[in-house]
Design a protein around this ligand. Sequence first.
Ligand code: BDR
Ligand code: CA
Length: 316
Amino acid sequence: MAQTRPKRLIIDTDPGVDDSMAILFAFRSPEVRIEGLTTIFGNVGVEQTTRNALRLVELAGHPEIPVAMGAPKPLTRPFTGKGWEVHGRNGLGEAEFPEPEGQPDSRRAANFIIDTIMANPGEITLVPLGPLTNVALAVSVEPRIVENVREVVLMGGAANVAGNASPVAEANIRNDPESAHIVFHAGWPLTMVGLDVTEKTMMTPDYLDQLRAANNPFTDFISAITPHYLNFSKRLGLNGFPVHDSSALAYVIDPSLFDCRPAYVEVETRSEHYSGNTVPDWRGQRGQEPNVNVCVDVDSDRFLALYRERLTGVNA
Ligand code: BDR
Ligand code: CA
């Protein structure tokens, strides 16, 4: 059987407990190859997410993979997010790790995104897992990345379900709605992996114990960073935590895990209470062409089995 070439990824990320778990999932999956990580404020500040990204490439044994630091705040408004309450002050569940040895790339994230996409036409899949500021800056400075990217698959938004950062908005979109508006209307192939699907997949304490039992450097890291995150979910009355950022990677690795529907999606930017709301026009009442492939359902059992198999090496 002909071997298909791995998809080449730039992951734009704010690690972050679930970002870290998603990046490790990518490192263990032969369907994808990470060309670079670009970092963004979000779960914690960008200096910290950059240190965490450097730690992750070193943990994975790939210190040569570039990590480019991105925006410290949203495009037009102050940053008011409280992600550190969920992810711990260091973004890694307050677990302690040695400082990374490497340094960030000399380019800023938006420039790295532009350079890499333009040097590899049709090749790069962009996977944003945090607020969309770097991506909005990149496409504003170099609009030709729209024709030259392979596709954009982002974790963010809530189409048919309630928000998690406000009654209507998902955190990544809420943290920079103006950038999300630019990204959603840029005209590129865009898949939204939002709360509609990410909250359907839960990693329970039992599941995390199965990962822990593998006792390899990847699962040891996951076991160290997840207790704080799990406790936050417990306080919300959940038995486990929703799988946000790894869901976007799962879509890239195996889109057949998801049901998606095309829709014209608007991002609310003006309202004080509703900004960051992603509003799909399911009935076509606005008369606009769909701009987003919206994930609406997921085969969670198959996804969780895939994640476990990739991280533990055991096909249970
Ligand atoms: C998203 O917000 C962040 O806290 C997570 O890392 C994820 O990207 C979920 O709403
Ligand atoms: Ca994230």
